[in-house]
Design a protein around this ligand. Structure first.
Ligand code: SF4
Length: 110
């Protein structure tokens, strides 16, 4: 079997109160929008919230994602769009993942 590529999604803790993540998973399962470049050997290996402003869990989770062999982190669409609570910390969250060696993709299902 081919080696699995592992990706993850970080999403907004505030939005997650009202969102079960179905839009993100549907887009991934159908390889649409920001997941369209992945083949069937790609696995959604982690899906988590930032932990609340200002991205409380991000630094610690980045370390554990590394150990799991994940190489790419998507910033969820809800973190990036104007019609959700606009994230004032998205740049620092992105930087934390980049500094930990992850490739960042901006967006999931929008
Ligand atoms: S840091 Fe951004 S993504 Fe995280 S809870 Fe706050 S607004 Fe949402």
């Amino acid at each position: 079997m081919a080696h699995k590529r592992k990706i993850a999604v970080v999403r907004c803790d505030i939005t997650a109160e009202a969102c079960p993540g179905t839009g993100c998973f549907k887009a991934f399962n159908e390889r649409k929008v920001h997941f369209s470049n992945y083949d069937e050997n790609t696995e959604m290996a982690a899906f988590f919230t930032c932990g609340g402003c200002p991205g409380r869990r991000v630094y610690r989770l980045a370390r554990s994602l590394k150990k799991s062999g994940i190489d790419t982190v998507h910033l969820s669409s809800c973190m990036l769009m104007e019609n959700y609570p606009k994230c004032p910390h998205v740049d620092s969250i992105k930087e934390t993942f980049e500094n930990a060696g992850f490739k960042i993709v901006e967006g999931t299902h929008h």
